[in-house]
Write a protein that binds this ligand. Structure first.
Ligand code: ADP
Ligand code: MG
Length: 381
């Protein structure tokens, strides 16, 4: 009889975290430090914002925190939302304060006026009602709200939520943790001038070299029988991944499949060469998606010029990025240059980690060369 098929550990199912969450000890500690206030029945002193280009593990960190809280003493609730779940205030209130669970908060028991219908709370657009309802709810049960893809939050819901979080955390155990692309900074500034400044900002970028190795070796070692790497094979793969979590995961999946198919529990350079074909196909598809995203946003020519400036330079200062944008787009008004820079950052093509010096870096390093090759405008005649 054929052996049962086992799922590839490097392809975590929906809602799952990677087999080994490597190199995020500092980020994890900072999140748990905020959560510690809720365990003391207090609101968190700050909201947390995870930001970084896609594929670096923001969702993975949120999922990890959700699991930590779920595995706790059961005294705290955790709610996971994305902006598509919360089109308006009523949906937000209903998700955070499910009327069926918080029956003591029926409208007639509240000192403020709201309605309740078949689908949930009816706040009539009153932001204050959301704040009051959420505060009452958190006094009964501490709540952590995890909001992924927060850069797509609508202005109306975002303003109400940021505002509610501010007030509720001052008087009840509540913590808001948001994750989004580097565009989240501007997006939140449009909702509240001071929110970003006051928040705990956690940049989620590429991993260190040791962590990149562990992201591959740990899950392989946990297989039965354990799968081990030859040193030079591991070196090669980690260098090829550029320490980018999404590429590490693609490599892991391809290598695991090679090891399983061959029945050899040891990965050498030959296995890497075999897995490279599969990895390469997926990486090209990914690059092409990103290139097309830039093309649709009409950013491809400027992205290609910016990419050119990063050849030989790991980082660029703001004035250097601005000069390249001005030269390539013909924009000389400062506002227009900055608008284009914001738009490039919103796609994660370039980013500046929060609370860092003035050093822009490529969001996905080797995407730069891909865009130079496939996106450069024709040379002037
Ligand atoms: N610290 C990590 N260690 C190992 N794998 C990771 C890590 N962070 C993320 N990954 C993997 O990388 C991929 C991208 O992570 P994801 O959380 O979806 O990124 P983002 O939300 O920033 O776009 C996922 O397959 C995830 O399992
Ligand atoms: Mg994500």
């Amino acid at each position: 009889m054929a052996a049962p098929r086992v799922p590839n550990p490097f392809v975590p199912g929906r809602g799952r975290i990677p087999p080994y969450l490597a190199g995020r000890g500092d980020e994890q500690r900072r999140l748990l430090d905020l959560f510690a206030y809720l365990e003391q029945a207090q609101g968190a002193p700050r909201d947390a914002i995870l930001s970084g280009p896609r594929g670096n593990g923001k969702t993975a960190l949120l999922r990890w925190l959700q699991r930590e809280i779920d595995a706790g003493d059961g005294r705290c609730d955790v709610v996971w939302l994305t902006p598509s779940d919360i089109a308006d205030l009523d949906q937000l209130a209903t998700s955070l304060v499910p009327p069926k669970r918080f029956t003591a908060l029926r409208p007639d028991a509240l000192s403020f006026s709201v309605g309740i219908g078949r689908l949930g709370w009816e706040l009539g657009g009153q932001r204050r009602a959301l704040t009051l309802l959420l505060a009452e709810r958190c006094k009964r049960r501490p709540l952590v709200l995890l909001l992924d893809e927060a850069h797509t939050l609508s202005l109306e819901v975002g303003q109400a939520l940021l505002n509610a979080s501010q007030t509720v955390s001052a008087e009840a155990p509540f913590l808001l943790v948001m994750a989004g692309t580097p565009g989240l900074h501007r997006h939140l500034n449009d909702m509240s001038a001071t929110f970003w400044t006051r928040a705990e900002k956690i940049g989620v970028g590429r991993l260190g070299r040791e962590a990149s190795m562990a992201a591959l070796t740990r899950p392989m070692a946990a297989e039965d029988p354990p799968i081990a790497f030859d040193d030079e094979a591991l070196e090669r793969v980690v260098a090829e991944s550029q320490h980018y979590p999404y590429f590490l995961q693609l490599w892991g999946a391809a290598l695991w499949a090679v090891a399983k198919a061959s029945g050899r529990p040891r990965l050498g350079l030959a296995s890497v060469a075999e897995a490279a074909a599969d990895f390469g196909v997926q990486r090209s598809a990914y690059y092409e998606d990103r290139r097309e995203e830039l093309e649709r946003a009409e950013l491809l020519p400027v992205a290609a010029r910016v990419a050119g400036a990063f050849v030989d330079r790991p980082t660029l200062r703001s004035d250097e990025v601005n000069a390249v944008i001005a030269a390539s787009s013909g924009a000389d008004a400062v506002a227009e240059v900055l608008r284009q820079r914001d738009r490039l950052a919103a796609t994660g093509f370039i980013w500046k980690p929060p609370d860092s010096e003035d050093a822009w870096q490529p969001g996905i390093p080797s995407l730069m060369s891909y865009v130079v090759e496939h996106g450069a405008p024709p040379a002037p005649e």
